[in-house]
Design a protein around this ligand. Structure first.
Ligand code: AMP
Ligand code: ZN
Length: 476
């Protein structure tokens, strides 16, 4: 079977054929071009935003796991009303302001083990491509000027609305439009270029001074990096309308070609039933959760633990469950480490590993069913735990299982997780304390033994005693 993805534009689960042409082998496809709408850098991103960014990361990792090459861009929106207002209120330049939040955002991405993408273009560095789009639209008579701003005239573009499938009357009601753009001809029209205003940055263009509208930024960055057509465009569901609808209108009207082959939209993270958003004030940043003692690894796991087309309700109970699930994985790995028996690899273990990969691929190929893929992993761990219970595993089996877990983790990114947060204690120090505790127990100095256990627990290390000795795992 092949990879199938739900496409918001066709409203179907379509077979995935990058480049637009079906090939016999995955290796024959051209690199998959992906564009993900990135953050507006005016503050700390919240974990709702990170649900979308973690999903983007999962998507690129899975494509690579399936043998595709990826060429992925995520933009930085570094000029809009909010960034300009933020810079003005602090009395610093727009660049100083947006660079600060871009740096924080990049740190957050790496703490969640999100891979670097191939391109991170900034809107302010893509003005030339915006001018080119507007000039193309001008030649086709699709724009007009009003009070120094340039608008896209939707009534002249009959394909408008195909992505969001919105009823024209609903669009006409104006309920979903920027109230401050009342000067335009038709309530549905959107600004491509905004007239200069006092205390706002402005760029010189052939059609006058001003700054870009938000929608044109993404169309321009796609064009500049990839050309006319890309394979995948991603973003949260809130971007379907009007942002992505407007991107399609500008790009397809300007260049007359398909803009995007597959539109993928990620459902929202909710907090107690409402969308997590800055405007509702019900949001947590990553740092809020770190301060409450939750690890980036647990947060990554939680954010991945629902199908991307289903809403995910954030709760602290959910974080606890995520940390328990990770502990099950860690316990399994710790048990594997204990098995040192030499010998031939068992055919049953090799068979179970083959089945792990077959079922994992079949499951995730079906519209990126990551939750199903996690289920497959836990089934595997369950059956391997039984195999350990039933007899000693050889080092050859152990090595094969570890290699399989590493390969599966090239997609999940939460099994072997480098936690770079402060306060880490190194394993040599832990082993020394375990020896000291064992000695204290032999000497019947239980007070000292308990003291060592508690001290380690405070540092996030849990000791587990068994017949075979004492082992430790990290608390999540
Ligand atoms: P923004 O910085 O607001 O432009 O958002 C960055 C990305 O996060 C966009 O793709 C949004 O659609 C997405 N996003 C915003 N809020 C949420 C949420 N509560 N859950 C999931 N994704 C979100
Ligand atoms: Zn965008």
């Amino acid at each position: 079977m092949s990879l199938r993805i739900y496409n918001t534009l066709t409203r179907r689960i379509d077979e995935f054929t990058p480049g637009g042409e079906k090939k016999e082998q995955v290796s024959q496809y051209p690199p998959v071009t992906i564009y993900s709408c990135g953050p507006t850098v005016y503050g700390f991103a919240h974990i709702g935003n990170f649900r979308t960014f973690v999903f983007n990361d999962f998507l690129r990792r899975y494509l690579k796991f399936r043998g595709f090459t990826v060429d992925h861009a995520m933009n930085i929106t570094d000029v809009d009303d909010k960034t300009i207002a933020g810079a003005n209120s602090e009395g610093i330049t727009l660049q100083q302001y947006t660079e600060r939040y871009t740096g924080i955002f990049m740190e957050d991405l790496s703490s969640l083990n999100i891979e670097n993408v191939e391109h991170t273009p900034k809107a302010t560095e893509s003005i030339d491509a915006m001018i080119d789009i507007i000039q193309h639209l001008d030649k086709k008579g699709l724009i007009y000027e009003k009070d120094g701003s340039i608008y896209f005239s939707i009534s002249k573009y009959d394909r408008y609305g195909l992505l969001s499938n919105l009823d024209t009357r609903e669009i006409r009601s104006g309920a979903r439009y920027d109230a401050d753009e009342y000067e335009k001809d038709d309530v549905r029209d959107f600004a491509l270029w905004k007239a200069p205003r006092e205390n706002e940055p402005a760029w010189d263009t052939p059609f006058g001074k001003g700054r870009p509208g938000w929608h044109i930024e993404c169309s321009a960055m796609v064009r500049k990096i990839f050309g006319t057509t890309i394979d995948i465009h991603t973003g949260g569901v809130d971007l379907i309308f009007p942002h992505h609808e407007n991107e399609i209108a500008q790009s397809e009207a300007a260049y007359g070609e398909t803009f995007v082959r597959y539109w993928i939209h990620i459902e929202h993270l909710l907090v107690e039933g409402s969308k997590m958003s800055k405007s509702l004030g019900n949001f947590y940043t990553l740092r809020d959760l770190f301060e409450k003692g939750h690890s980036p690894r647990t947060i990554r796991y939680l954010l991945l633990s629902a199908h991307y087309r289903k809403q995910l309700n954030f709760t602290f109970d959910g974080l606890t469950q995520a940390s328990q699930a990770l502990m099950r994985i860690d316990n399994f790995i710790a048990r594997l480490e204990e098995k040192k028996k030499e010998g031939e690899p068992a055919p049953e273990i090799a068979g179970a590993i083959d089945e792990l990969f077959t079922r994992f691929t079949e499951t995730v190929d079906d519209d990126l069913n990551i939750t199903g893929g996690m289920g497959v992993l836990f089934d595997f761990i369950h059956s391997m735990n039984l195999a350990i219970d039933q007899g000693e595993m050889t080092t050859a089996d152990r090595n094969a299982i570890m290699a399989a877990l590493k390969r599966i983790d090239s997609v999940f990114g939460f099994i072997f997780f480098e936690d770079t947060s402060a306060g880490e204690i190194d394993s040599a120090e832990i082993d020394k304390l375990i020896q000291e505790r064992n000695q204290a127990r032999k000497d019947k100095n239980f007070a000292r033994a308990d003291e060592i256990r508690d001290m380690l627990e405070e540092k996030g290390i849990i000791l587990q005693d068994s017949k075979e000795g004492t082992r430790w795992i990290k608390k999540q």
